[in-house]
Design a protein around this ligand. Structure first.
Ligand code: MTE
Length: 337
């Protein structure tokens, strides 16, 4: 992004995952699930679900997460014919500038993030504002596994099995008022535990902020995630609570959220504030609108390396056009990038 330009050598050859891991993950995607499959499979035992994901490091799941996992709806949404990215890549090739600008910095530094206790504020144009302990905030929702493509604006991508719940369900609970037109999210600001926020070189005006139009937030694909690969979120992926909006560039999927506000005006978001001519508010994945400094027509699917770059065409709305294109009818996507 602004801080560091992508290079084809960003991912080292040593990071390429052995083929047998791919094959085991391919089988998990299941034949017969065309495109996006909604509906879910019969629930397997917890042990069986965890073992689907080979080489996933055991986390340190808080009690509330383990309780929720027992009733999770597995494979509620998936993609067919695309391998799930190995856990190692998803957790060691990250953007989380609060922990440093390099792709390996979040994995190296995010251990310092204290995710328990965690509290979350919901405020602004809502009938039911409040401050919640995370476990209370999560209580009403059933976890669903959502296997989504993640496409970064830097032109790399992954396929990640998230565990979360629809943002629309949260909105129903807090009851936006008639003035609410946008939703604004804010990441934790804690320079003691987030070294990137102490750095004199960071250009970001902390805290990291993102936003969606209310109708985008209500789309069934938009989720708040608390887990990935059958376990809780790794700190470097935005524990304990992050947004996932798979039809938008990854920078919209804000991590480690502490505040959700319903607002009347379009929020000022972090990347838009830093370089408005490069990063728009909408940030919909769009292969026909290039970034000023590189093409968005193609992407490197991780793991990728010098001898196997694994480049593929980028899909409109990251492959989710059937679900989201109607949100933007009549909008000029060249101007509203
Ligand atoms: N959220 C916060 N708070 N800080 C960040 O630096 N980076 C964004 C997004 N969310 C970022 C963030 C970007 S640029 C991307 S591509 C995704 O997180 C990366 O998510 P991942 O590291 O889980 O793949």
């Amino acid at each position: 992004m602004l801080i560091k330009l992508p290079r084809s050598s960003d991912c080292k050859a040593s990071e390429i995952t052995p083929e047998h891991l791919y094959l085991s993950r391919r089988s998990l995607l299941g034949a017969g699930l065309a495109g996006i499959a909604l509906g879910g499979l019969p629930r397997l035992s917890l042990g069986a679900e965890m073992s689907r994901y080979a080489n996933v490091e055991a986390g340190n799941a808080p009690g509330w997460f383990s309780d929720k996992l027992a009733s999770a709806r597995w494979q509620a949404v998936t993609v067919s014919g695309e391998a799930i990215t190995p856990f190692k890549d998803a957790t060691h090739y990250n953007n989380f500038y609060e922990f440093g600008p390099d792709k390996g910095d979040p994995a190296a530094n995010a251990g310092s993030l204290k995710t328990e206790p965690w509290s979350l504020v919901v405020d602004g144009e809502v009938a039911k504002p409040g401050r919640y302990a995370l476990e209370d905030f999560i209580k009403p929702y059933q976890l669903e596994e959502r296997i989504y493509r993640l496409r970064c604006v830097e032109a790399w991508s992954m396929v990640i099995p998230w565990l979360g719940f629809p943002l629309a369900e949260v909105l129903k609970q807090v009851e936006p008022t008639s003035k609410a037109r946008y939703i604004r999210f804010e990441t934790l600001q804690d320079s003691q535990h987030m070294p990137g926020q102490r750095s004199g070189f960071a250009l970001i005006n902390w805290p990291y902020v993102e936003g969606l139009r209310l109708d985008e937030a209500m789309n069934p694909l938009a989720i708040l995630a608390v887990g990935m690969y059958g376990r809780e979120l790794a700190n470097q992926n935005g524990a304990p609570l992050r947004l996932v909006v798979p039809w938008k560039y990854g920078f919209k999927s804000i991590k480690s959220i502490v505040r959700i506000s319903l607002v009347a005006q379009q929020p000022h978001t972090t990347w838009q504030g830093l370089a408005p001519e490069e990063y728009g508010f909408y940030a919909n994945v769009n292969p026909t609108v290039d970034h000023p400094r590189w093409t968005q027509a193609r992407e490197r699917r991780l793991p990728s390396g010098l001898f196997s770059p694994n480049v593929r065409d980028t899909l409109m709305f990251n492959g989710y056009a059937d679900e989201v294109a109607s949100l933007y009818s009549g909008l000029d996507l060249r101007k509203n990038y």
